[in-house]
Design a protein around this ligand. Structure first.
Ligand SMILES: *Cc1c(COP(=O)(O)O)cnc(C)c1O
Length: 386
């Protein structure tokens, strides 16, 4: 085995897909978002999803689409970012569904010579202010132009800028989407999809939606917001939420969703050297760590080159079921952890997985959840297990 490795458990991906699809029968189509090399998991996971009910996928570039197609040639695949017009033939070969962000793009598409009968999804900007149409007459106009073209209007969608846990902006975005699509016959468009995993888990399905897009949760993380406890702080938070909910007529937030999801990604490494360090000696760059007692350390072949970030807010790793704190600075390819006398060179070190959750990892490094998965998955040798 390599010194450092990332294991991707495809059975867990399959289980996640099955459980999500079973949990939300009100949605007809689940669009699995596999941008960023499938959140660092690699496209080796797509068939585990496809065979278990996730029947549509989304990527963000032609390069990702090409990598996806090496694994699966038949699943419908939406490119969330507009494909460059001079690469449409390539997109046709990859059998991509195209996102249409504005009239300039649609006109360029209609002017080109590519005769492939592309399926199209109109992107609506309901308040994110990134890609998408912002005017309802333009959206109607775009739908009419598509109807008169060789292309097929298969979908219309938006992306939420906020999670709606207690912000009025979430509902405002749903309302805006309704307004912007009010001149379309939405019931004639097969795929109407709003939002991402958190919108799916924390909110009831909007009546107009037929499909949903999800990322993070599919990789094994239950992102449903927790309900409040009975402590003073939680009671205050709860009261604040109730206040906002009444004041702004906010929609329901679903908490504590029971849904079994298993993380598919685990990161492990071996120990390079065990060393005794005496009280008062210094460890690592900047001689920044000085133990106040004699300790034993294990030197590990991982650093910020392996996607763990150079920041260390109390990072621990797991060895033989015990949590061992990082001592000293995290370097590009190495770091040290404090271990006990029982640790041997043959012991395996877990950096992500086991007791080390994605949430913990993210707090250790000050990186976002998806950012952790990408950094870990893309920067280490990766193996699949079934
Ligand atoms: C990344 C992305 C998603 C998935 O988001 P998660 O929060 O990981 O569920 C959905 N839709 C779009 C447009 C995205 O870019």
């Amino acid at each position: 085995m390599t010194d450092v490795y990332v294991e991707i458990n495809r059975s867990n991906m399959a289980l996640n897909a099955r459980n999500i699809v079973a949990k939300y029968p009100e949605y007809d189509t689940f669009i699995g978002i596999v941008k960023g090399d499938a959140y660092g998991h690699g496209y080796g996971i797509v068939n585990a999803l496809y065979e278990n009910g996730v029947r549509y996928f989304g990527v963000s570039s032609m390069e990702e689409a090409a990598a996806f197609r090496k694994e699966n040639t038949e699943a419908p695949l939406l490119c969330l970012e507009p494909v460059a017009i001079d690469r449409l033939e390539e997109a046709a070969d990859l059998n991509l569904t195209l996102a249409i962000p504005d009239m300039t793009y649609l006109d360029a598409l209609l002017d080109n010579g590519c005769r492939h009968p592309f399926k199209l999804h109109i992107q609506v900007d309901s308040g994110f202010n990134r890609l998408g149409f912002k005017d309802k007459n333009e959206i109607k106009n775009a739908a009419d132009k598509i109807a008169a073209s060789p292309y097929v209007l298969e979908g219309v969608y938006q992306h939420y800028a906020t999670a709606g846990i207690f912000d009025p902006y979430f509902d405002a975005q749903t309302k805006k989407f309704r307004e912007l699509t009010s001149l379309l016959e939405l019931s004639k468009i097969p795929l109407v999809h709003l939002g991402s995993g958190i919108a799916l888990m924390a909110h009831p399905k909007p009546d107009i939606a037929t499909a949903t897009r999800m990322g993070l949760m599919m990789y094994g993380y239950n992102i449903s917001p927790d309900s409040y406890g009975s402590g003073v702080k939680d009671r205050l938070r709860s009261a604040r939420d109730d206040y906002y909910r009444k004041k702004y007529h906010l929609s329901e937030v679903i908490r504590d969703v029971e849904l079994e999801l298993k993380p598919a990604m685990t990161m492990k490494c071996r120990i390079l050297q065990l060393k005794d360090v005496h009280k008062g000696e210094h460890i690592g760059y900047g001689a920044a760590y000085t133990p106040d007692e004699d300790i034993r350390i294990a030197v590990l072949p991982v650093g910020y080159n392996n996607g763990i970030g150079h920041q260390n807010h109390g990072r621990v790793v797991e060895i033989n079921g015990k949590l061992c704190p990082v001592v000293g600075e995290i370097g590009m390819n190495m770091m040290a952890v404090k271990v006990d006398k029982d640790t041997t060179l043959n012991d395996e070190v877990t950096l992500l997985g086991g007791h080390i959750t994605l949430g913990m990892f993210s707090r250790f490094s000050g990186l976002g959840l998806a950012e952790v998965m990408l950094g870990v998955g893309k920067n280490n040798p990766r193996y699949y297990i079934d």
